[in-house]
Design a protein around this ligand. Structure first.
Ligand code: AMP
Length: 142
């Protein structure tokens, strides 16, 4: 199954923040949208990703002053991305091996959405349920 099938269900909304914005702004956005990570973009170009884990690490480094630090200081710039044509299995494997839970999706070089580990798990469970239903109907001849 392709990443495109996840985006068809969840849509292409990507919450993005500017690198100059503060960590306070990031936390407001994460909480307003009830998400764990945001992409960092400048004029529609992806330049990083920042997640709640970066905030936790940042607290260790900057202490309480973290809230006024620019997002650029805590984001990850070496972003792993996928395309709508990649398979869910490939992306799921990369998330497990590289230990992150969010992957921005590109289509023709442009941001087309973001998938989280929750989206991947949900989709794999749905596929397993469908396989099970098909096998049961095959066994019972229905
Ligand atoms: P997460 O598990 O997504 O909360 O992120 C854990 C760490 O990996 C944080 O330092 C993130 O900035 C970083 N990270 C998250 N997603 C990606 C990604 N797609 N590519 C590279 N780093 C990422």
């Amino acid at each position: 199954m392709l990443i495109a099938s996840i985006l068809r269900r969840k849509g292409s909304t990507v919450v993005s923040v500017a690198p100059e914005a503060t960590v306070t702004h990031l936390l407001t956005e994460l909480s307003r949208h009830n998400i764990g990570a945001a992409v960092v973009a400048r004029e529609d170009t992806l330049i990083g990703i920042v997640s709640e884990r970066d905030v936790v690490r940042g607290l260790g480094r900057h202490g309480p002053g973290l809230l006024s630090v620019p997002i650029a200081d805590i984001m990850t710039t070496d972003v792993y991305t996928c395309t709508t044509e990649d398979t869910i299995e490939e992306v799921s494997e990369a998330m497990t091996l590289r230990r992150f839970r969010h992957v921005p999706v590109l289509s023709e070089g442009k941001l087309a959405g973001i998938v989280s580990i929750g989206d991947v798990v949900k989709s794999r469970l749905r596929a397993l349920e469908e396989d099970k239903a098909q096998l049961e109907s095959y066994i019972h001849g229905t």
